[in-house]
Unconditional design. Structure first.
Length: 414
């Protein structure tokens, strides 16, 4: 039994069949022994940037002599990654979300008679060493991603917004009932201690984006404002991490783009049965604009991204108010006007999303390269255009988004 189906250098020495025995004995009825153990790549090339996802496939023998396939997904840190100083923090945060926060939020709905699930089942390995997140494999339950290059249509987008509203509403009620979240979920990525890392990312992205921006048709409308914004991007990002008690603050997923959203479909139709979130490593308690701007600008289809933005905000608002009432929230409910004002106040975050994660979402897998290479500053004299911002698909999206941000005042330093 070996990890022979993926690059062996990616698999830590401790990831062996033996450490799964106790887990299988506990969770598989009539488990007798493990017959085979394989580790495969959990995502295709270019679909996961910050961590390593592996699929563990196990064939077990039961006490009656029959066999049963069991599979898990495990997230591990890359052996080389640009966020090495944050490895432990992001894995601790995500494990805490799966082990403690998700059960708390799901229980709030159970208490009012609803069975709401937010993500896959989480497991711990007694003998594992190092950072990892072990989850049930959702593939056998007919869960899958939508093609990120095509973007989510209205049906899928509204399903995400409904589940997001359920999550956010429960996270608000959880604070009202139990108090603050752990410090790691309050400080998050956007904190002063991470300024050097954020500066490095922004310098890398800014230099690459400005080269491409200079080639965009219609650039004269916004180029100077975009250029003037560059030195202030880290400050603008850090402002997203500050808690304003006058805004609607929720536990944001923090990395809510199409590859971190799983849809379950009815086997006989294209009807969506359920929607799950995965990858909670950047979850943070802050204003609701974090998740809404991030998701709607990064992952919706080209035709809807701007034209239906206000519709989607209204749809989300209706759903979060509905769920806050359902969960018996006793404080004043957020108004649609207040929600729009929060999004406008944090509009510059939309620029960061449009020049950051939106580029990764729209990047062809063959052009992906490594996250470190895509974000590192260009060498002097290097006039190569970054595939993140130069590919034709991205150009179509950014041609809509930049004028829209300009007209909302989001390209001016706040």
């Amino acid at each position: 039994m070996s990890a022979s189906d993926t690059n062996s250098s990616q698999v830590p020495d401790w990831l062996k069949a033996e450490i799964f025995t106790e887990l299988l004995e506990t969770n598989v009825s009539d488990y007798l022994k493990t017959k085979s153990f394989k580790v495969n790549a959990g995502t295709t090339a270019g679909e996961n940037y910050q961590t390593l996802m592996l699929r563990i496939e196990i064939e077990v023998e039961l006490k009656d002599g029959s066999t049963k396939p069991i599979s898990y997904m495990i997230k591990l840190p890359h052996q080389r990654e640009m966020f090495q100083n944050r490895r432990s923090t992001i894995f601790d945060t995500e494990c805490n979300i799966y082990e403690n926060i998700i059960p708390e939020l799901e229980q709030l709905y159970h208490d009012v008679g609803l069975d709401i699930k937010f993500g896959p089942r989480y497991y711990r390995l007694k003998e594992a060493v190092g950072n990892y997140v072990l989850l049930e494999d959702l593939r056998p339950q007919s869960f899958k991603n939508v093609n990120r290059l095509e973007g989510l249509d209205q049906k899928h987008t509204e399903n995400v917004l409904e589940k997001m509203a359920q999550w956010h509403a429960a996270s608000v009620v959880r604070v009202a009932n139990k108090g603050s979240y752990p410090e790691a979920m309050i400080s998050g990525l956007y904190k002063e201690a991470n300024r050097p890392m954020l500066d490095m990312i922004n310098r890398g992205l800014s230099a690459k984006f400005m080269k491409c921006c200079a080639t965009y048709e219609g650039k004269d409308e916004y180029f100077e404002q975009v250029k003037n914004l560059q030195p202030h991007l880290t400050d603008e990002m850090l402002s997203m991490g500050k808690i304003d008690p006058n805004e609607l603050n929720v536990l944001n997923h923090g990395d809510c783009w199409s590859n971190n959203i799983m849809f379950q479909y009815d086997s006989s139709s294209d009807t969506i049965k359920d929607t799950y979130f995965v990858d909670f490593q950047l979850s943070k308690y802050a204003n609701v604009a974090n998740d809404l701007i991030y998701f709607l600008l990064s992952s919706t289809k080209l035709e809807d991204k701007i034209s239906k933005f206000d519709h989607y905000i209204k749809y989300y608002h209706d759903k979060i108010v509905e769920n806050l009432k359902l969960l018996k929230y006793t404080k004043p409910l957020p108004t649609l006007r207040e929600l729009h004002m929060t999004i406008l106040r944090h509009g510059t975050y939309g620029y960061s999303v449009a020049t950051g994660v939106m580029g990764f979402v729209l990047l062809d897998p063959k052009d992906s390269g490594s996250l470190a290479n895509l974000l590192k500053p260009s060498e002097p004299g290097d006039e190569t255009l970054c595939p993140l911002h130069a590919n034709p698909r991205y150009r179509k999206h950014i041609a809509l988004v930049l004028p829209w941000l300009l007209n909302r005042g989001a390209l001016a330093k706040s």
